[in-house]
Design a protein around this ligand. Structure first.
Ligand code: AMP
Length: 550
């Protein structure tokens, strides 16, 4: 007998439904942005939705068709939010590019994604003027500003004005319905070996992730919240907050490029922010400002900290000195990004305070939708005993199953002979209650202040120096940036080069912030039997290396 099918409405899970919902039910709820231009801008969910529809009309008028990529080089702000919804909602693909990358990397990524439209903010005008000739696929350059900020002469061909494009439309546009598995957005990660790789999210994966992100054991977002995403919208869709905030219909406060302690504190206070999210490095800046000026937060209640391990001392300060609950989270670009968050269970109420604290310091438990395992090098699953450490693998509806443009190469691995698991490159333990803790990283990248630095790029540059025989770049601990690159070098026989000469050699070859902090010269670098550099051994060897303070 055929199975009885469910008799419910078939409604695709589309990103446009989120902003439509917010516009209908939280029409007058504010979206406040501190703009690149320096001033404050206030709008509402109703207005954001209307302008997103106008933008969809404008993009169609420019000749964009389903699947075309609309790239952004932009900070957190209402125009960026409109592009999120206007592009994805009209079946185009929103491609957020990290502006902190080196210009060559930006060009590479835009070309790889074959971006058709590039929307960028005012402060990126000089950069785009320089690289525009190399962006072969881009047909339309759009400056995200009003007419008064348009340059009189620009070498960019047919530079368009965002405000003019939007204002020319009437908004008489109905969000189209299409397959929920259609691509909605692309985000590139440099957290892998080789060139950056694109994670292509779908409408379905983004909406499911938004539901999950808003859950109480995740980010716990509600209509009564005022949310300030410090995490940039070019970092995995600001961890899904632009979608989750629309889903719950809360007020959103966008900091633009103003991420220093003073600017953030003023926004928190003036706009009555209750919830925020960001990488540990930004909290350091904010906490230093607040402490040195003897200030307190009056409305700030909780924050998600992730992207790198949250230092226990920072967690303690926020909790004990400022009454801010810290939710430690782990995720990845390939996971849209949320995987686990550290929230206690009812039974943990009985535990002594320090035992509760130790649990909260872990990366936490998976949200429903994500399944995880730890495996040994043969793909055999390891016990959840809190001490067995193995390669962390995950699966779920908001985990990628391949990278953009790499249809023939599956990154997936098997667990106990069953395929379909994504290897995270992280090494972790899981305890009997499902609390995961990252203990190491097998992937060969360095994460500084939430941004990736490719060790391969650093090694290739170092190896191009005539005095270098072999070089290995590893992550060294840093109090502010969590990790900074340390270059370990074997010199060629009879060749001479100093630390400073070598560091100078990096200038102009890579973004300034990616240049190693220090160089150590050794007589030999350890290798595996197959000739690979033993990074784990090197990291262990230099775990106590003190980087020069800058
Ligand atoms: P990204 O794709 O840039 O979001 O980077 C994801 C990677 O960042 C993970 O695979 C981890 O290596 C690291 N990461 C993210 N969150 C944490 C965390 N809470 N603790 C330690 N590492 C983290």
């Amino acid at each position: 007998m055929p199975a009885l099918m469910g008799q419910m409405m078939q409604m695709p899970l589309l990103i446009s439904s989120l902003v439509r919902h917010a516009a209908r039910h939280s029409a007058d709820t504010e979206i406040v942005s501190k703009r690149v231009e320096g001033d404050m801008h206030r709008t509402t969910w109703a207005e954001v939705e209307l302008r997103s529809r106008k933008l969809a009309q404008a993009l169609a008028r420019l000749g964009c068709e389903a699947g075309d990529r609309v790239a952004t080089l932009a900070w957190n702000g209402y125009r960026h939010l409109e592009i999120y919804y206007g592009a994805s909602g009209s079946q185009l693909v929103c491609h957020t590019i990290n502006p902190r990358l080196f210009p060559e990397q930006i060009v590479w990524i835009a070309n790889d994604a074959a971006d058709k439209v590039l929307c960028f903010e005012l402060n990126f005008l000089p950069l785009i003027e320089k690289i525009a000739p190399q962006l072969g696929s881009v047909k339309h350059f759009v400056l995200m500003a009003g007419r008064s900020h348009m340059p009189a002469n620009s070498p960019i061909p047919n530079l368009l004005c965002y405000e003019e494009l939007v204002e020319a439309e009437n908004g008489d546009y109905a969000w189209p319905e299409f397959d929920e598995n259609t691509a909605s957005s692309i985000c590139y990660t440099s957290g892998t070996t080789g060139n950056p790789k694109g994670a292509v999210y779908s409408h379905r994966s983004s909406v499911l992730h938004a539901y999950a992100a808003a859950l109480p054991d995740a980010m716990d977002c509600a209509a009564s919240d005022v949310v300030l995403p410090v995490v940039p919208m070019f970092h995995v869709n600001a961890w899904g907050l632009p979608y989750a905030c629309a889903l719950v219909g809360c007020k959103v406060v966008m900091p633009g490029p103003h991420l220093d302690g003073k600017s953030l504190y003023e926004l928190f206070e003036n706009e009555k922010v209750s919830f925020s999210a960001g990488v540990p490095t930004v909290w350091l800046g904010l906490l230093t400002y607040v402490k040195s000026n003897n200030l307190k937060f009056s409305t700030f209640k909780r924050t998600v900290i992730g992207g790198s391990a949250c230092p226990p001392a920072m967690m303690k300060t926020l909790q004990e000195d400022f009454g801010v609950e810290v939710i430690h989270a782990w995720g990845m670009t390939e996971l849209s990004p949320l995987g686990t968050l550290s929230k206690l269970k009812a039974k943990h109420a009985e535990l002594p305070q320090d035992a509760r604290q130790r649990l909260l310091e872990k990366q936490g438990r998976v949200i429903y939708g994500i399944d995880m395992a730890i495996i040994d090098d043969d793909g055999k699953s390891l016990p959840w005993d809190g001490s067995s450490s193995g390669n962390l693998v995950v699966r779920g509806p908001w985990v990628i199953d391949r990278y953009f443009g790499k249809t023939d190469e599956s990154p997936l691995v098997s667990v106990d002979g069953v395929g379909g698991w994504f290897p995270t490159g992280d090494v972790a333990t899981i305890d009997a209650d499902g609390f995961m803790q990252i203990t190491d990283r097998s992937k060969d990248v360095i994460k500084s202040g939430g941004e990736w630095i490719s060790s391969i790029d650093l090694e290739n540059i170092a190896m191009a120096h005539p005095a270098v025989h072999e070089a290995a770049a590893i992550a060294a601990r840093h109090p502010k940036w969590d990790e900074r690159p340390l270059l370990v070098v074997v010199k060629k026989p009879n060749a001479e080069v100093t630390r400073d000469e070598l560091l100078q050699f990096f200038e102009g070859r890579i973004a300034k912030w990616q240049i190693p902090d220090d160089v150590v010269f050794v007589s030999e670098i350890p290798h595996t039997a197959t000739g690979k550099i033993q990074k784990l051994k090197l990291r262990d060897q230099f775990k106590d290396h003190r980087l020069p303070t800058i």
